[in-house]
Write a protein that binds this ligand. Sequence first.
Ligand code: FES
Length: 922
Amino acid sequence: MNVAKPFTQRDVSMETSFRVNGRVMSVQAAPTKRLSAVLRDDLGLTGTKVGCDAGDCGACTVLLDGEQVCACLLPLRQAEGREVITVEGLDKDGLSALQQAFLRHGAAQCGICTPGMLMAASALLAHVPRPNPEQAEAALGGVLCRCTGYRKILDAVCDAWRQPDAQGDSPAGAAIGEAVLRLDGPPKVSGRDRFGADRWPENALAVRVLRSPHHHAGFRFGDLKGWLAAQPGVEVVLTAEDIPGRNAFGVIPPFADQPALAPSPARFRGEAVALVAGDPAVVEDLDLDSIPITWEPLVAVLTTAEAIDPEAPQLHEARSGNLLTAGLVECGDPEAALANSQHRVEGLIETGYVEHAYIEPEAGISWLDGDILVIEACTQAPGMDRSDTAILLGLPEERVRIVPTATGGGFGSKLDISLQPLLGLVTLKTGRPARLVYSRRESMMSTTKRHPASLRASLGADDQGRVTALHLEGDFNTGAYASWGPTVANRVPVHASGPYRTPHYHAIGRAIHSNGPISGAFRGFGVPQAAILQETLYDEMAERCGLDRLEFRRLNAFRDGDVTATGQRIEGVGILECLDALRLPWSKALAVAAARNASDDLVKRGVGIASCWYGCGNTSLSNPSTMKVGIAPDGAVVLHQGAVDIGQGSNTVIAQICADALGLPISSFRLLSGDTAITPDAGKTSASRQTYVSGKAAQLAGATLRAAILRHANVSQSACLSQDGNTLLLVDDGAERRLDLSSLPRDRDGYVFAAVETYDPPTTTLDEKGQGTPYAVYGYGAQMVELDVDCRLGTVHLVRFTAAHDLGRVINPLLAEGQIEGGIAQGIGLALMEEYLPGRTENLHDYLIPSIGDVPEIRSILIEKPDPEGPFGAKGLGEHALIPTAPAILNAIRHATGAKIAKLPALPHRVLEAIEAAGSGQ
Ligand code: FES
């Protein structure tokens, strides 16, 4: 074995030679330089990704002499004379069998973990060509994925030996319902997809950010000019005073309050207060502590309990106390109904900060194209990035162009601009390109989290087991700035009933400021926290009523034509069908649990169930999407698809919808994705809105384009379209017409036919009692889990999930299953392991997310109860899939042991305490 000599000086440069993907390479660099950095910076092999630089995430996994290693932990010198294989070495004559299996099984979502997964799997397959799931699981245990839930990755690895059937093209008009492979899949599995950190513009300045080490502190800068003059290679140091526009951004205008660079005081640990930019060789090694700044720590308020204390300091002058805002939904007379109910149960729940932990830390580049500021970065919301960046930098919007890169995971946090204005500021001030890549720690300490919540509720039911009333109040710690706090405060009261008839109802969500991390959007906007309390109370109530827990939910489930607590009449309601789909597995699982528990006193089997409903799109706010589609003279159908695909599949699903509306096969389509200069604004990738809202816009655009073609050809609505190269064939009532596209006039974009359509969901504002139509479309789901609890250790072993989700119309079953599995994996983290503690868990070894061994078998059942409004009846799914998971787990723990968990995550010591409390009758 080669062992590198110890080197102590980073700046010693020497030549190291090794084979990379079969070619001998010589690199002149410091022998201690990380192999991952050498591969990316020196050799341009950016397929090897960097998620943590600490060996925790495995995204940088490569093969070293055939064995998987984290390239970020390997000093260059240790590669001397050895063989390194990266993802770029896998596809020699087209994609390898393993890469094709990843495509076939939908094993790549965002794709940032995919190269690492592929390399770890390659090491296994070299020795075990037909692995079983246990072998695959053991081999992939060092690579984290935040999107997929791992199940499809396991399927792909175990199936890589198989010769795939050739995938036929879906015929015209039949793309919907097909498991069309991701249109953007090949670059993800080949390592060629370009993420935020994958480009180095020539002559670019490296940017680094000085952040507050305190939760709350005043600060003063010293002699910055003098400091700068003494730093050769540092071009500029910038502070809040250098922001040329309004130094406050945020998602909802009245609440836009977050500075890009904070003026004194800094309001949370990790807040940006200054930046430096300069020669990368200097700036990357710069000691930021040398920047002259004096900190004066102030009293910090970290929890909602502290924040609502009347003695607490007021954190924002403009606000009443520390309350940011509150949302209310109320109907009937809940107090009286509860008082008169035959049965009544009460409870409370506390949840903590949950970190997004996407594997790609924020990264991007900027440059000037004439007088246009171009920012290329990972994002979920290019249109919003452009508006916010323009405001901060004092530019008209037309002078800002946002070009999204592939986004390596984004579950809400990449909705908020973070590095975009900082990059833009450097480029505007210096005229130079700039590059900024957050470290893992920087990403975790400075970006938004799931809101910690404290919720309490009372639930009433009559003697038949029908719910009479729910009274629920929740405080959500929104942190130092508003971010998506107002959205959470409004969304929670609408959804807190669950998908159940609740004639008397009162629900309040309050967003409360603190000096904790900023809480923002995270898959569900507060609804998952509220569902934990509501669904665990439902279990208690079922027991109180003497009803089976699933049947109790069926009894109370919404039906078509029911009226929600906001007074909205709903149709296309699929919760009953979801619960019905679980009846058989439920009864079987209960029987198995009963048999096992009769003979085992230490490890107890539990079965849990929970439901969800979720409104797709913004709450009572306009949130339009615009889609453009054109036919080029060469016959290509070009879809200007601005709904950013962060792994969930919008590139494919929206194209499927448009293809069927137009009546041409999806293989004719070419995508232009999410660049504010070439795609219309399709809104944010959030709130489970893209399939429904952008899909509807794509359906309209496809139909309009079709109508234009039919009109031009003078054929009827029922004509069938097909293509033969650049000729469009139209068959109408047996007669054929041919249109030579290359001979037809073109519009200024070069299209022969084109259509642009906008769709905005028909919602209404809510009145002071929360009455109105907050969403036009809802999706529904129910999940059950089987698990074992070790009553001595308090550990929970998950056995299986069965998840039934109503999608209205299944556009792409493969991608839908991927969303369900990924949502369940994140729900497992929320329930059992994830707890972000500022200053203590700012990395991926102290902050644990589910790894491949933590996600059990998942059986997905796709239900189709068409929605009258959705495109071809479709509803959203992305956030729905996470909501029932945690309450189903808590209900199963209680079923197994009697333990009522009141604080998440249900870590073993909390489970043990709850078991003891249950045993002592508390
Ligand atoms: Fe694995 Fe996104 S697909 S992290």
